[in-house]
Design a protein around this ligand. Structure first.
Ligand code: NAP
Length: 309
């Protein structure tokens, strides 16, 4: 089969490799499409080599949709022919390939109301948002949440999940994406090119900040949290930020997304209920995924990029 792999950091190529074989508790999925995420090019460049859990070469791509075509031993939850979506475990062989092996615990039936290209865009960003907002952030109905970069892959899903929970959503974006985030349900939009969110929210603090940016935005976010509020970051938390948070009476937690089939099942329900839509900005053939990495790295994508077999 064809697979997009790194043989060394910085060396990406499409190669012909053996089709993987599912072990106990795993299924083989014929990949129809795979979402593209910043983690792909960050691992490929070596910047996130720390996440790699196997010897190179490594097949990139940690989002997929497709059909189950083979069952490993002791698999009863899924059948051959099931249409599924998943986030394979980051750092092991992924889904930029014709076939990918997935543990059944990380798999769910794909939402029936969307095609495979759309289904493949959901898993990684939905699980990230779910775990950040609800597991770490403990976001409740009626609370105020600031979601940074609301037009991005993670942000545009997080806005909708927070709204579905009944929270009040404030988000940062450039003016070009204001209408987009408004259409997803954002209650207040701060154009970060024109206004400083720290000033805008100084007298209207929030219960939770979902930090997708890091750096200055993360540090300033501490000051607009209510006492007892939660900063949840997916970019990392330094000991200095932890100390600053403690002094302000707020918490700061880093979340690294975990594969989770049960949460994906709930995501699929929201999709089929019309409460969660993903925006696919552009699709790419397997061989053209390196071009998608260049686009993603510019940090301006609205929604998601997807690889289609
Ligand atoms: N820890 C984890 O488990 C985990 C999981 C997923 C992602 N991540 C990380 O989280 C980050 C976000 O991921 P993503 O997939 O959402 O990225 P993305 O889709 O590439 O984000 C692009 C979006 O960011 C917006 N943006 C850029 N600069 C901004 C700023 N200063 N203020 C507000 N919005 C800004 C852009 O909107 P405008 O054009 O309007 O500026 C664009 O729509 C990445 O660093 C990724 O590696 C971590």
């Amino acid at each position: 089969m064809k697979a997009l792999r790194i043989s060394d950091y910085g060396q990406i190529s499409t190669e012909s490799v053996n089709r993987p074989v599912p072990s106990k508790g795993e299924v083989l999925v014929k990949v129809a499409a795979a979402g593209i995420n910043p983690v792909d090019w960050k691992i490929a460049s070596g910047d996130l080599a720390v996440l790699v859990n196997q010897a190179l070469p490594l097949t990139l791509g940690w989002d997929l949709s497709g059909d189950v075509v083979e069952l490993g031993e002791e698999v009863s939850k899924f059948n051959i022919g099931d249409r599924v979506f998943a986030m394979p475990v980051i750092g092991y062989d992924g889904a930029f390939a014709e076939y990918c092996v997935v543990n059944v615990n990380n798999l769910a039936k794909a939402p029936s109301s969307v095609d495979n290209t759309v289904a493949a865009a959901y898993p990684l960003v939905s699980l990230t948002s779910w775990q950040a907002l609800f597991n770490a952030g403990q976001l409740e109905a009626g609370q105020r949440v600031l979601i940074h970069a609301g037009a991005g892959g993670v942000g545009h899903i997080a806005i909708q999940l927070a709204k579905a929970k009944g929270a009040e959503v404030i988000t940062t974006t450039s003016a070009a994406n204001a209408e987009f985030v408004s259409s997803l349900g954002a209650d207040q939009i701060i154009d970060y090119t024109e206004a400083d969110f720290e000033e805008v929210l100084a007298s209207a603090k929030v219960d939770v900040v979902f930090d997708t940016l890091g750096g200055d935005a993360q540090r300033k976010s501490l000051n607009i949290l209510k006492r007892g509020g939660k900063l949840v970051s997916i970019t990392g938390i330094s000991p200095e930020i932890e100390a600053e948070a403690k002094a302000l009476g707020v918490s700061a937690e880093f979340v690294f997304v975990q594969a989770n089939g049960e949460q994906l099942r709930q995501v699929a329900e929201l999709v089929d209920a019309g409460q969660l839509t993903v925006t696919v900005a552009q699709t790419f053939a397997l061989e053209d995924v390196p071009t998608a990495f260049e686009i993603s790295a510019q940090g301006r994508v609205r929604g998601k990029l997807v690889m289609k077999i």
